[in-house]
Design a protein around this ligand. Structure first.
Ligand code: ADP
Ligand code: MG
Length: 240
């Protein structure tokens, strides 16, 4: 579904991604961990070309992300992204936040989009908040709206960049629970997070990054119990 081959990325003189090789299968859940500044967000942002790679190959569903002929808007519609900050439209009700893109970008009729939106709100456990404004919701509820909004585009892939890092601790669980459900249902997911419990429970594989490189890739049990690389061991000692 997502294939990185020898991907390099520079920001000017700064070499942020180095020789990235990574194949992510359909339905796989990959959790990306590593120190701050190691290139995790950049790796995610390359997938939907929010950042352009400098060299190497990157394909999503067999489509070359770097090819100028690729319809990047179509590609982006197939990739949902959830960020640390929810970026909901403050002047729109929850339901209108969710229907906006399906109506505008996919041409779904409004009543049908609203019906789908309500279904996803139910799925993320806040069906009763459809007519609220974002400011009336807790952080955890807002992030669940952001997930519902991404799902309403029927993406093939969901990317999460530290989706719980801005939340009060008591709200982290409700967002992770929604993500675990998605993972169980077979969504292809790439998740950057510091929540090692989530990685242990939901990941098929854990990718450990350091200084722009993938240092170790392993199933969670192996990664947490017998990390092979010294840098991974040091990282785990600090975060666990
Ligand atoms: P992480 O998500 O692992 O914390 P990032 O991918 O955000 O890491 O950033 C990796 C490195 O690239 C950091 O040192 C950061 O300062 C740098 N960086 C990120 N975005 C830019 C940018 N737009 N221009 C220049 N440097 C950047
Ligand atoms: Mg980051």
């Amino acid at each position: 579904m997502i294939v990185f081959q020898q991907v390099e990325k520079h920001y000017g003189d700064f070499h942020v991604l180095k020789g990235i090789d990574l194949r992510i299968a359909q339905g796989e859940v990959v959790v990306v961990v590593g120190p701050s500044g190691s290139g995790k967000s950049t790796l995610l942002r390359c997938v939907n070309r929010l950042e352009a790679i400098t060299s190497g190959d990157l394909t999503v569903g067999g489509v070359d992300v770097t090819d100028k002929k690729t319809d990047i808007n179509k590609l982006r519609r197939e990739i949902g992204m959830v960020f640390q900050h929810f970026n909901l439209y403050p002047h729109l009700k929850v339901i209108d936040n969710i229907t906006l893109a399906p109506v505008k970008a996919l041409g779904v009729p409004k009543p049908q989009a609203a019906e789908t939106a309500r279904m996803y709100l139910e799925k993320v456990g806040i069906a009763d908040k459809a007519d609220a404004f974002p400011s009336q919701l807790s952080g955890g509820q807002q992030q669940r709206v952001a997930i519902a909004r991404a799902l309403a585009m029927k993406p093939k892939i969901m990317l999460f960049d530290e989706p719980t890092s801005a939340l009060d601790p008591e709200m982290v669980g409700e967002v992770l629970d929604v993500m675990k459900t998605l993972a169980r249902e077979g969504m292809t997911m790439v998740v950057v997070t510091h929540e090692m419990g989530f990685a242990r429970e939901a990941a098929d594989r854990v990718v450990f990054m350091n200084k722009g490189q993938i240092v170790e890739i392993a199933p969670p049990k192996e990664f947490f119990e017998q990390p092979k690389e010294e840098r991974a061991r040091l990282f785990l000692k600090r975060v666990l």
